[in-house]
Design a binder for this molecule. Sequence first.
Ligand SMILES: NC(=O)c1ccc[n+]([C@@H]2O[C@H](COP(=O)([O-])OP(=O)(O)OC[C@H]3O[C@@H](n4cnc5c(N)ncnc54)[C@H](OP(=O)(O)O)[C@@H]3O)[C@@H](O)[C@H]2O)c1
Length: 251
Amino acid sequence: MNETVVTLVTGGNRGMGLEISRELAKQGQRVIIGARDASKGQAAVELLADEGLSVETVQLDVTDPASVSQAAATIKQRYGYLSLLINNAGAVFDFGQTASNLQFKALHDDFEINYFGLIDVTQKMLPLLKATAVAKIINVSSMMGSKTAALDPQSVVYQAVAVGYQSAKAAANMYTVQLAKEMQREQLNITVNAIDPGMVATEFGGATPEQARQMGAKPITQGVARTVQLATDWTDMSTGTFTNTDGPVGW
Ligand SMILES: NC(=O)c1ccc[n+]([C@@H]2O[C@H](COP(=O)([O-])OP(=O)(O)OC[C@H]3O[C@@H](n4cnc5c(N)ncnc54)[C@H](OP(=O)(O)O)[C@@H]3O)[C@@H](O)[C@H]2O)c1
């Protein structure tokens, strides 16, 4: 890459988004931390500045169309293009709710952030991604969205029940496939891939990182490994894939 790699990480103020931002900034990318709460985005910028890393932030609530439009306008004005979009923001609202008792409020909330929000951000950032020679979209998905894993008694997620979250991630996986194929049809150098980070010790789902660790979650640095690998290997132009650090994940 000759020009500066400009990277937007949604939900970049904490958890895996913050670690992805840290590692990509270390590798020389111009990282923009998307944060729904601007003060949390600023706190993340200052945290990384204390570590000697220069990143910036933009207010970005993926469930608020006006916020997404404003973020796209800001990036257009600052840089005129985007090299890398990492759709990392995600949340679960229905842990433990069974398919027969799933509450609609939780189901809607799951889809607002993990599916509709991801698509809104992607569509509004696409003109910026098209404004550079080569670009990538990485969707932070989950093994929880894999129907192959959900049906496999040997899988770690076989017993898991979060129907709305799992459905939203599965839907986002299909969006990944369809957008990847569209970019290929249009002969655009924009790859679109989904990754599975594994079970990672963040504040995801309301647990503390320590509680998550006790349940077997891995350290954040390991959880972001596949994303960072894809985000920094500009010779890898594979698209329409779903992978983790072990290789392909069944859809
Ligand atoms: N942790 C795991 O075990 C695991 C496993 C598989 C996949 N994942 C996926 O990995 C991604 C990152 O998760 P994480 O573990 O790092 O979770 P996390 O620590 O809970 O962080 C989630 C991030 O998303 C942000 N966010 C929430 N709602 C948002 C919205 N409406 N607009 C913009 N940002 C929003 C949060 O911001 P606030 O600080 O403002 O809340 C936070 O920055 C998610 O997509 C998740 O589904 C996680």
